[in-house]
Design a protein around this ligand. Structure first.
Ligand SMILES: [Zn+2]
Length: 224
């Protein structure tokens, strides 16, 4: 278990740097967390620390009740919500939260992002849904994430008036969903500024999603 914790601490530093690289965060906003395999624990960004100051040791190990294992460390203010998601979605092992600009434009309008690009069908299998308005600090946001994404193909949700939360089978795939969410939020926002968007038929969405999830990419090397 300790080996997993050490590895994940380093991975989380690298993945937080990806949020900066892709322009998804400013100042200390946003966070990535990762579930520790085989333990009722997860690691998350410390509260109020600038991205350039993050170190493996600064990542806060928390219980699934959202409490820091080392009480001298103060985890992200979204920790209670991450904990709620880990408790209620056992398949989730990574989460990301950002206030990325274009996704927030959809959040401010309280609108889901319609599935009008093949890249959306590939990654999200349909629209990126809108989650409820929820106050920060407790686990209300997590409850909204679970209610919205349970049974939904999308790994991203736009929380009304707030920003995006993404989930994944590990922290890296949750970061990928956050990057892709902002990318399509920007494209569809621009399209909408000039007119109506053309929907993709459901059977085509299904076919694109299946191909991307099951066929696209490099095949694993055969094992002899
Ligand atoms: Zn936030």
């Amino acid at each position: 278990m300790l080996g997993h914790v050490d590895r994940l601490r380093g991975e989380l530093v690298d993945l937080h740097a990806q949020l900066v690289r892709y322009g998804l965060v400013v100042w200390t906003g946003g966070n990535v967390s990762a579930r520790v395999p085989g333990a009722d624990l997860f690691l998350i960004k410390p509260s109020g620390v600038l991205y350039e100051d993050l170190t493996p040791a600064s990542m806060v190990l928390c219980t699934l009740d959202g409490e820091a294992v080392d009480p001298s460390q103060s985890p992200s203010s979204d920790t209670g919500s991450h904990a709620y998601v880990y408790r209620h979605m056992p398949e989730v092992a990574g989460q990301v939260h950002t206030h990325s600009t274009y996704a927030c434009a959809w959040a401010a309008r309280g609108e889901e992002i319609p599935c009008v690009l093949t890249a959306m069908a590939d990654e999200f299998g349909g629209p990126i849904p809108l989650g409820p308005f929820a106050l920060i600090g407790g686990e209300d946001i997590g409850r909204g994430v679970v209610e919205t994404l349970t049974g939904h193909r999308s790994k991203a949700v736009i929380m009304q008036n707030h920003g995006t939360f993404t989930i994944g089978k590990d922290a890296r795939s949750a970061v990928k969903a956050a990057v892709m969410c902002e990318d399509v939020a920007r494209s569809v926002h621009m399209a909408r500024a000039l007119g109506e968007c053309v929907p993709i038929p459901q059977d085509a969405i299904d076919s694109l999603y299946d191909r991307y999830q099951n066929v696209y990419g490099q095949r694993p090397a055969p094992t002899a």
